[in-house]
Write a protein that binds this ligand. Structure first.
Ligand SMILES: NC(=O)c1ccc[n+]([C@@H]2O[C@H](COP(=O)([O-])OP(=O)(O)OC[C@H]3O[C@@H](n4cnc5c(N)ncnc54)[C@H](O)[C@@H]3O)[C@@H](O)[C@H]2O)c1
Length: 262
């Protein structure tokens, strides 16, 4: 039976770890050729090896999502390796929590650069390729519950993820005439390597009392009663990457176990 993404070429930033890795693996299982775009070359290489060993098609490009030249080169890698680009997934993200009154300009700019400017650049450069192909395409953006609600120690991150929702709407309106849809999804607490650094940071600023407790602290209040794992989010990513979501654009799907009610 043909996969849901047979023949599609999908580039995913932050595809070497956590959710991005789980999505890339799932896309390949559904027949897509996957370009893993990540800062971390070793992890990207490993991700590609895993997909290829499982019988899938994948390649990688090392790129920082805030560096337009590197993003252009990554898009070009998709075209060189697989002949085209159908879906671009702006998934890479970064957080460096600080107490609200301590947040520096440097911290704010860094978080906004990676999470918001990176999404703008990725959307623009992927869309240029899709427009040139003339057959439409899909842009998918990873937002967060923090994009719907501010958090005291995550203020720049929340602002950046709200910007992702806004860029999703602007991009959808701008690109509709090219048959390109732009959608986002917003996870809540997902157990990925991102939480290793977050746990350290939250401990350092006194937001949690002991190391290794951040995930459990933050899962309190989730209606589904537990944190998510990447596999809980894969179905949403597949929906957004497949033709099942063709009529949907400018939306942000909350997939957070009922953490944020909007
Ligand atoms: N884990 C969660 O609880 C959670 C919740 C809501 C939203 N998110 C968002 O989901 C996305 C994926 O997060 P994850 O939890 O899988 O994280 P992760 O840390 O496991 O993976 C992130 C990947 O992004 C890459 N990356 C970071 N900065 C980059 C840059 N500038 N350019 C290119 N690659 C870069 C890293 O090398 C890493 O491979 C992020 O946008 C994150 O903000 C995560």
């Amino acid at each position: 039976m043909a996969g849901r993404l047979e023949g599609k070429v999908i580039g995913i930033t932050g595809g070497a770890s956590g959710m991005g890795l789980a999505f890339g693996e799932a896309f390949a299982r559904e027949g897509a050729s996957v370009l893993i775009v990540d800062l971390n070359e070793d992890a990207a290489k490993k991700a590609v090896e895993g997909i290829v060993e499982a019988g899938g098609s994948a390649a990688y490009a090392v790129a920082n999502v805030v560096d337009r030249t590197q993003v252009v080169a990554a898009v070009q890698t998709a075209v060189t390796e697989f002949g085209r680009l159908d879906v671009w997934f702006n998934n890479a993200g970064y957080n460096a929590p600080m107490q609200f009154l301590d947040i520096t300009e440097e911290n704010f700019r860094r978080v906004l650069d990676i999470n918001a400017l990176g999404v703008l650049i990725g959307t623009q450069e992927a869309a240029k390729q899709m427009v040139a192909q003339g057959q439409g395409g899909k842009i998918i953006n990873t937002s967060s519950i923090a994009g719907r609600e501010g958090f005291p120690t995550f203020a720049p991150y929340s602002a950046s993820k709200a910007a992702v929702i806004s860029l999703t709407q602007s991009g959808a309106k701008a690109l509709a005439k090219h048959e390109i849809t732009v959608n986002a999804f917003a996870p809540g607490v997902v157990a990925t390597p991102l939480w290793d650094k977050l746990d350290e940071d939250l401990y350092a600023i006194g937001d949690i009392q002991s190391r290794g407790t951040a995930l459990n602290e933050y899962e309190k209040g989730i209606i589904r009663g537990r944190m998510a794992h990447p596999k809980d989010i894969v179905g949403t990513a597949l929906f957004l990457a497949s033709e099942d979501s063709d009529y949907m654009t400018a939306q942000c799907i909350m997939i957070d176990g009922g953490m944020t009610l909007v």
